[in-house]
Write a protein that binds this ligand. Structure first.
Ligand code: DSN
Length: 483
């Protein structure tokens, strides 16, 4: 028999958020106690761990509640006021408001907010760019109306032409993303992929080299953006390079969108106005629901808006509602302060590691993340460090570093980000404490003979670290408004 929260004596004192959470858990528990239990446990885990994963954050309860509703039952293929299904009036309202907010937030000419993830956003963007560059002019040159009017042979010519195009993005082990041309990803299978790296000594982008490579290779799509690079990117230089080699410039700002929205990356460090197409996730520094968006110039808008049929099916209208709420939150002045604090905290973390003589890729940070070389700093693989830290309630992810000697599975680095802990309210002094805790633990760890994942560590130190983490977190409760 499930005990109902409605019987609570303090019911009238609870916040609407508490009631919404308790009610939803109760409804789920009546259907499937196991699922309800896992959901509750996830909240506990998130509350009780020091989340340093650079691509994660905590979205507001309003954002979370906007996702759990009947919009999930609606098909709305197409885009606002141009749908392939009837009955989309409410989705039209929600999506058009979301697009207008995204445009306002970033000062973009056009916004498309349907992609289910950052990878989907890139998939749609690549097809849109190729179709605009290759298919449309070909159809026009033949005086035909649309792609359906091409003969099989003509269409085959277009398909071969797509496959012979080149994309050029940052290599995975230099800090790029899988979708920027990695061999294991669709990106390198739909086009030829050329990658650029970072300077082996400084860990920084070498714009001159990138320019030489781009002029030699003449990619159709030049990509700027990263998953693990701790410095700023000068998009004015990328614009010049794209113009010199005739490429469409795509910026993937999945990691730093919140720093752009929060006006911390401005001028040449803000891709808007430089890139033709910008893709992003909405759940990292932007602090919204899990999902993707695309911003672009008017010139690319008609192509980008065709995410369906190109690549995705029905949009997730419930997530689009949550994205709209998140954009509104980012437009509040408090978000600028948040974004500034994210960078301050990341810099504080970097400074604390450097004070202890630890090795950071690129020697520091200008954004929300720090890439720590754990092989050189502690004689550990990224996997060993990640596992040990997780055991003590500190979540980070292992990450390849440029020229990694341990390969992509074990790696030699860990990536640490400040976005989530800044959302909890932590400050620079806390970052110093965190680095102290991490270094004390990793300094004491001895790799186990023959293992790249296991270490020897004193139980007492693990216990002490867990207690320190708990104490630190107790000052910054997560979702205090829900019980
Ligand atoms: N998985 C994301 C990250 O951690 O950077 C990118 O897809």
């Amino acid at each position: 028999m499930i005990k109902s929260f409605l019987d609570r004596k303090d019911l009238h004192t609870l916040s609407p958020e508490s009631i919404a959470y308790l009610a939803s858990m109760e409804v789920i528990e009546r259907k499937d106690p196991l699922i309800a239990e896992a959901l509750k446990k996830e909240l506990d885990d998130q509350r009780n761990s020091l989340k340093l994963i650079a691509s994660e954050n905590y979205s507001s309860l309003a954002v979370q509640l906007a996702m759990g509703n009947f919009l999930t039952d609606k098909y709305a293929e197409g885009h606002p006021f141009h749908r392939f299904y009837a009955g989309c009036d409410n989705v039209d309202t929600i999506e058009s408001v979301g697009c207008a907010l995204a445009k306002k937030l970033f000062g973009a000419e056009h916004a498309y907010i349907q992609p289910h993830s950052g990878a989907d956003a890139n998939l749609i963007a690549y097809w849109a760019i190729l179709i605009k560059r290759i298919e449309e002019p070909f159809i026009e040159s033949l005086g035909k109306k649309n792609v359906a009017a091409l003969t099989d042979d003509e269409y085959e010519q277009v398909r071969n032409e797509f496959a012979s195009q080149k994309m050029m993005g940052m290599a995975l082990d230099a800090g790029g993303h899988l979708t920027h041309g990695s061999r294991v990803n669709f990106s390198s299978k739909m086009m030829k992929s050329i990658t650029y790296g970072v300077d082996a000594k400084t860990g920084l982008l070498d714009y001159k080299k990138i320019e030489e490579q781009a002029i030699k290779e003449r990619p159709a799509i030049l990509i700027a953006g990263y998953s693990a690079y701790s410095r700023l990117i000068d998009f004015s230089i990328f614009r010049e390079i794209a113009d010199k080699c005739g490429a469409t410039l795509l910026v993937d700002m999945a990691h730093f969108a919140g720093l752009v929205a929060g006006k911390q990356l401005t001028g040449k460090y803000n891709p808007v106005g430089y890139a033709d197409v910008i893709t992003s996730t909405t759940h990292k520094t932007l602090r919204g629901p899990r999902g993707g968006i695309i911003l672009c110039t008017e010139e690319f808008a008609p192509f980008i808006d065709k995410g369906c049929p190109y690549a995705i099916g029905g949009p997730l209208a419930h997530v689009i509602a949550a994205k709209s709420l998140a954009f509104s939150e980012c437009l509040e002045p408090a978000f600028e302060t948040y974004a500034a604090n994210v960078i301050k905290n990341s810099k504080a973390m970097a400074a604390a590691f450097l004070e202890k003589g630890k090795v950071l890729i690129s020697g520091g940070t200008d954004n929300h993340l720090v890439l720590l070389n754990v092989e050189e700093s502690f004689g550990l693989t990224g996997r060993a460090a990640e596992t040990l830290l997780a055991r003590c309630g500190i979540t980070v992810n292992r990450n390849s570093i440029p020229g990694d000697i341990n390969g992509p599975w074990y790696t030699s680095g860990i990536r640490l980000g400040s976005a989530a802990l800044t959302s909890r309210g932590m400050n620079e002094a806390d970052m110093h404490k965190i680095v102290e805790i991490i270094c004390r633990l990793l300094d004491a760890a001895e790799p186990l003979e023959g293992s790249k994942a296991k270490v020897h560590i004193a139980d007492l130190l693990v216990k002490k670290t867990k207690m320190d983490v708990k104490e630190l977190l107790s000052g910054y409760p997560l979702y205090p408004e829900i019980l």
